[in-house]
Design a protein around this ligand. Sequence first.
Ligand SMILES: *Cc1c(COP(=O)(O)O)cnc(C)c1O
Length: 456
Amino acid sequence: MEPLHAADPPGADLVRRDLAVVWHPCTQMKDHEALPPVAIRRGRGVWLEGVDGRRYLDAIGSWWVSVFGHCHPEIVAAVQRQAAELEHVMLAGFTHGPAVELAERLVRLAPAGLTRCFYADSGSAAIEIAVKMSFHHWKNVGRPKKRRFVTLANSYHGETLGALAVGSVDLYKEIYRPLLMDVLTAPSPDCYEREPGESWEAHSRRRFEPMRALLETHADEIAAVIVEPLVQCAGQMRMYHPVYLQLLRETCDRLGVHLIADEIAVGMGRTGTTFACEHAGVRPDFLCLSKGLTGGWLPASVVLTTEAVYEAFYDDYVKRTAFLHSHTYSGNPLACAAGLATLDLLERPATRARIVSLGEHLERATAPLAEHPNVTEVRRTGTLVAIEFARDRRTREPFPWVERRGLRAYRHALSRGVLLRPIGNVLYYVPPYVITDAEVDFLVEVTRECLDVACA
Ligand SMILES: *Cc1c(COP(=O)(O)O)cnc(C)c1O
């Protein structure tokens, strides 16, 4: 196969230097012998521009962070303004306007009762915080036996050891299992697995029963249940019905178990509402946000929690109940300024309306893909769309993973100027909300070709 970058195009030097020193995330570096990394020099809206001048439509918002596209002028201006005033100050013992204002606005936007914001610098760090806080809360209130966590099969919560432990995507987890704390795992409410003719709601309800049993049996030793509301993103974009979250909230309340909502990927409008939990009308005890939080500008995350949790830590220093966790860049002013500008955009009525109409257009435009001879499902939640393909459409027998069919799709998409990065046998879009209907139509056209190439 012809290399994507012929002998010595502009940027070849950058790629050579890269491969001499940079070790890339989530990558078998040997793959770059056949397919070198793509060197990018700028981004505008949904488009990335390579150093060789080629353009790529960023259909996945660069790992789901770019909610308003690249270099949105309002976020650029906000970060520039902030950079000229204060780039950083430590958040222990000090504070600053952007950190306070962002926390105030998040508390106003989040489900009622989430009144306290703890900042960190990545999604995984937010998960570590929620896990530690839940455990520590129960210890502080005299329930030290509550120290176990319940997770869903096929869930993903990040890569650090605590976050990896509460996730269950084997590809990332299996090798490190000896290093990880033991968790309880309940079946996923994933509606791809529903019976023929069964509704999403009926399936998600049915799948709640083993979770209920698990919680009833182990409530005395369980600190929290952690879930990705509505979409298990890294878990092949599998989706489920909000009723599952309602049942989970009721049961957690009844049994005295915390609910951790990992909205790192699905928060910030992705599912159609600001936060995915709103679809179920539930308030988690911990709400974790990152990715789109800063519009894709800067690494930042936040954990929102309740007054009840906060109060369990609030006492004289010598009582040793404080949460002494910290990350150096917690509450970074540039990141908070980017977050505020992102919320300005998100809260605009025109944006709200566009998120709805974009979801509708995505549905219309992708519907015909369901007729493709290898496509087993086209599913959508808000502006998140997944197209799953299989070797055999009827039995849904997947292509063996060693065939790396998704990689073929990835390469074809790049050759057509589209950034699609399939997960296993699933092609998906997490587009910036500024994508136009015409750009969606182009994306779907390329996706159809990708399916042909991947399934040939
Ligand atoms: C990306 C992601 C994480 C991890 O965030 P990082 O910033 O990569 O550490 C955790 N949970 C979910 C649902 C994610 O999508």
